[in-house]
Design a protein around this ligand. Sequence first.
Ligand code: BDR
Ligand code: CA
Length: 312
Amino acid sequence: MKKIPVIMDVDTGIDDAVALILAMSSPQIDLKGVTVVAGNQILEKTLYNTLSVVDYFGSGNIPVAKGASKPLVRDLYFDAATHGESGLGTAQLPPPQIKPHHLDAVDFIRETLENSQEKITLVPVGPLTNIALLLMCYPHVKDKIDKIVMMGGGAFEGNMNAVCEFNLFVDPEAAQVVFDSGVEIVMCGLDITMKSYTTMEDILRIKATGTAAGEFCAEAFGVYYDRYVNNSRLPGCAVHDAVAVTYLLHPEWITSKRANVKVDIEGTETLGQTVCDFRENRIKALDNATVCLDIDREKFIDLLVNACKSCK
Ligand code: BDR
Ligand code: CA
């Protein structure tokens, strides 16, 4: 089987951790490395969480590189209310034995792309700061990027306000750089990820796998689940970031539409909105993204359960 070469960029984060477990447990994915950005928590915590998850659940030597501690031009806004003080809810892992890579995130991605014989897919599931810095500092590596499959944005809804999603809210300028870069983008925004919710019944299935990964995910989902059920219209918690990894593995489970997507960085009420032009009479040659809109939720949950089963 031909593996898909991937670099993930994360702000770990509960759903980032699940996305990492899904990627690391899949025989179809060749995870070349993981880069880290501030977002769900401050960089010190997202880095620690990423090192812990990769060390504990990864098999082999997956490099983890430290990236940006703040957005391109704004102060960092982080989300302890959803992901907890540590960033992983009440879940705990042993202290990581691995250390961050000697290169920072941007240089790690550049070097990995430059040295690769084949194109690599980037999978950012946090604010797009590291990826924007890469594309601005080293535009020559664009040719080595197969596509960017990202979690963020939304065509028809926001979660920070009516129109803006968290990762775009944290660093809208970075998102604009990425969407305007000319690199092909697959946007797994709230339109699809809010359909990827995990009910209590699903969480109990994950826990019943009896593996360390199943126990870890079920524990991490605790406060995160409560927050979703109490504060959103969902009957469970959305596992946003795992949807981007699912796109790599099973695009056939996902409904999408081509669009021209622009990021608003100026609006007073629409800052960070991903404005998706789906009009039939748009200039289709300008389309820069595949916008994912729906997913077969049952299959997605089965995938998560099986990932936990096959993991440590
Ligand atoms: C996104 O924001 C974070 O809370 C999650 O990790 C996800 O990447 C969802 O809006
Ligand atoms: Ca995330």
